[in-house]
Design a protein around this ligand. Structure first.
Ligand code: TXA
Ligand code: MG
Length: 308
């Protein structure tokens, strides 16, 4: 099912799209400097063109070629790259990341993914790749090649297999707005991780602040989703978290031991699995809010349509 890196490079250089594994979720990648290719990504996802894409690079050097990262942002990149952190900074090279990829903004979001296949592709092509999550707009992100193919495979000229995604939630997105660090999207690099390196974050999420993709209902399964359920209803597909009474364990337990990293890695695949059952709705147990729980609960709130 999976193509090789050389095939993927040729496809990208022809302006075609490639399904790309990362440690967070699968992406639908294109040459960020080719507006026709970028337009195909928006079309494949059914994504509104006001929502900018992340430019993927191998590391800090590649990022500095396209983005004016502040000293503080560079410290964060050094601490967490390659890894699930995206930094928004003023654009430096608008040929390498086209206006369309940036949705016309004078900033660009950059990240260096921590996945050997993504790194191999970025090294081979030696230019930034724009890649949103490979789901259709509004749906849960794909965390396996099969899920990515089901969502946007029809639009991709090649698909690279990287196995199941280790993190399972999209990267943390961080902006610098009027000198303040603002969390635009929580992820596996947590608030505490960031504050340890860069000092205090602005309180809350920077929703209204140039975080264009965060306004709509997002990550949503087709069935209605109820959160923070303690006792599942008989007609619901039940997604549990933590230890369950013996003999009554759910087939979908995000982490029987209550481990948030394991829960994050399972979340989108379990929402898809629950969606495929005959049940009328999906119910999910409460997830603690600390650490990675902030990112998990952020996705759940949006999937349930409670935000935006
Ligand atoms: O983990 C990830 O970040 C995955 C993998 C494939 O790298 N990508 C991903 O991309 O989640 P996407 O397009 O689904 O989400 C990108 C988010 C959106 O919320 C978008 O609005 C925001 O980043 N974003 C992109 N460029 C921005 C910019 N210049 N300013 C503010 N937000 C930006
Ligand atoms: Mg997405």
């Amino acid at each position: 099912m999976g193509a090789d890196v050389d095939t993927a490079v040729s496809a990208l250089l022809r302006g075609e799209l490639v399904i790309l594994p990362t440690e967070t979720v699968y992406g639908l990648a294109c040459d960020a400097g080719n507006p026709r290719a970028v337009a195909k990504v928006f079309e494949a996802k059914g994504r509104p063109q006001f929502n900018p894409l992340i430019a993927h690079v191998t590391g800090l050097e590649g990022a500095l070629a396209i983005a004016a990262l502040s000293p503080r942002a560079q410290r964060l990149a050094q601490a967490f790259w390659p890894g699930p952190l995206t930094l928004v900074a003023p654009i430096r090279d608008s040929d390498a990341v086209s206006d369309l990829a940036r949705a016309g903004l004078d900033t660009v979001a950059v990240r260096a993914p921590d996945h050997p296949v993504a790194q191999a592709l970025l090294t081979a092509i030696a230019r930034p790749l724009a890649a949103p999550s490979a789901n259709r707009s509004g749906r849960p992100s794909p965390t396996s090649l099969a899920d990515a193919l089901e969502e946007t495979g029809a639009f991709a000229a090649a698909a690279l297999d990287g196995g199941p995604c280790r993190v399972g939630l999209e990267s943390t997105v961080l902006g610098e707005i009027e000198g303040e660090l603002v969390l635009l999207r929580p992820g596996a690099v947590t608030r505490a991780d960031i504050e340890r390196i860069a000092g205090p974050l602005a309180p809350g999420l920077g929703e209204g602040h140039r975080s264009p993709g965060r306004l709509a209902r997002h990550y949503a399964p087709s069935k209605p989703l109820r959160l923070d359920v303690l006792k599942p209803s008989p007609n619901a597909a039940w997604i549990a978290f933590g230890p369950e009474p013996p003999g009554r364990a759910s087939s979908l337990n995000l982490s029987p031991t209550g481990d948030l990293a394991q829960a994050a890695a399972n979340l989108f695949a379990f929402l898809r699995a629950a969606d495929r059952t005959e049940a009328a709705l999906i119910e999910i147990a409460p997830i603690p809010h600390a650490g990675l729980g902030e990112a998990i609960n952020d996705r759940l709130q949006r999937a349930a349509g409670r935000v935006g």
